[in-house]
Design a binder for this molecule. Sequence first.
Ligand code: 6GU
Length: 259
Amino acid sequence: MNFHVLTLFPDMIMQGLNTSIIGRAIEKGLISINTINIRDFSEDKHKRVDDYPYGGGAGMVIKAEPVYKAYEHLVNQIKQSRPEGFAEYKPRLIYATPQGRVFSQTMAEEFARLDDLIILCGHYEGIDERVLELIVTDNVSIGDYVLTGGELPAMVMIDAVARLIPGVLNNDISSEFESLRDNLLEYPQYTRPELFMGMKVPEVLLSGHHANIEAWRREQSIIRTYERRPDLLEKAPLNKAESEFLKKYINQSQSDTEQ
Ligand code: 6GU
């Protein structure tokens, strides 16, 4: 899968993503990250890409023209890397903005099915609306807080999508059965030693009984989601036995606090 980022700060993207698992995925050729510096497409002799907003107000606005030129350049580049028949190709383009739909695991899974994904990063007070109207297919936010630019959100989204590409994680199944996919949080993990500051590893994990371990982990996921993210639990696909288990757990913890 190829990620393309339209940005004023390409170094930030490249430096942020060339380490650890994502760095290795790039080396292995499983993914590629291509940055396009919007400033390279400024026709201004001072390479300016922003200007004052019409109507007045604070801050500067990124001009439509360099963004559109950068986009055209990129689309031609993508078309050339592909077989015939992409004359009409309109790529998926995410505009990273706090005004977008909030990014989720479901969106990451959807984007992971694409061959090419373009992310446009804004800065200052925004980008001229006319170019956004022309090229953006999805407005996406990473949460309800305001950042200074779209680069960190772009890196967050690339990380979340890239780890779903087969081969990026060491074991392919590790992303398949993980938390949030079915709206449950992960169960707790332990490693050696068996005793740390007087605290023991749960006995079942030492038993070697795989079915019991699976069952315990599933219960822990349910409890943890109830305690920490009850909002998710409403969407979690619990079977009848699991719903009963949760009901008992809730009753038990309520009678514990009453004592
Ligand atoms: Cl995608 N961009 C910016 N600038 N701020 C944000 C955001 C995106 N998501 C949350 N805050």
